[in-house]
Design a protein around this ligand. Sequence first.
Ligand code: 5GP
Ligand code: MN
Length: 330
Amino acid sequence: MTFDLLKECGNARRIGISGHVRPDGDCVGACLGLWQYLTKCLPEAGVQVFLEKPADIYREIKGFGEIVTDFPEEEPFDVFFLLDSVPDRMGEALSYYRAAGKKINIDHHVSNKGCGDVNYIRPEIGSTSELIYDMIAPDMLDQDMAKAIYTGIIHDTGVFQYENTTPATMEKGARLIGSGFDFSRLIRETFYQKTYVQAQIMGRTLMESIRFLDGACIVSAIDRKTMEFYHAEPKDLDGIVNQLRNIEGVECAIFMYQTNLLEYKVSLRSGDKVNVAEVASYFGGGGHVRAAGCTMSGTFHDCVNNISLHIEKQLKRWEAEHDKRDDSDF
Ligand code: 5GP
Ligand code: MN
């Protein structure tokens, strides 16, 4: 074990767990995996998960129905875990974290420098759920816990596809599916399956996408009016930016949805040449080298113009470094 969760909890009576706003598969899997483990090992303690209501696709993970989504006023927690996030992205759970006796921050985002009294930040690990797996005593791992953690791992590794997948990730995946849950259905229903409306929005977004920088960059956006027309929520937009990134020749994909009159939430994905964590951090966001996001002010064109300058600079830098390496081969 890499980090002694039970020792860190000491004899805490009240333990809280939260992640980031618009919780994704890794956030939900890590929070519920940890919740299950602490509930099992510390039956005397009260353990609660606080999150914005996650997408319904995660409903079969044990503990989903126990997630507190309305953030009532609470006495300070003895220990509060912040998973897969920095405090800035906690939303309403931030007040619990601030007031807690002990703050524990567990994350794998390269942009997180550690925001707790105790920090466990490992950017080289593909998902926060994988970090939680490493902290769980193997003899306590049961099928429900395995399902929660596996969900988190497949969502942040793109079903073991992205570069953040290591041989160790696969070994952990093997041990998790060994517990016997229907992993094939879980992958299909939480990762690939879309509702009809989600598919329509994706289709429309791909049709309206615009390529620039000689096709190395692609952008598409969805405005509030269109979101309202489809009765869509931000969680209905998952996967669109990855689809843009899959287009041949694309080094960097940008997907934006309007959150206010002059405000967009921006998602970035890249191939080998662009560090999107750096780009997003410049605009006050963050994330990983190949997947990051931020919130930007201005019109669609303002946002694209501002962000494309940074992407172009990085592409040029990559080309220059690449040329140098090619020269030195001779
Ligand atoms: P997505 O594009 O899927 O929303 O996010 C991609 C990655 O970037 C995720 O790991 C997410 O946590 C991170 N991310 C997205 N938006 C923000 C943001 O506004 N601030 C920070 N710090 N990270 C973000
Ligand atoms: Mn994550």
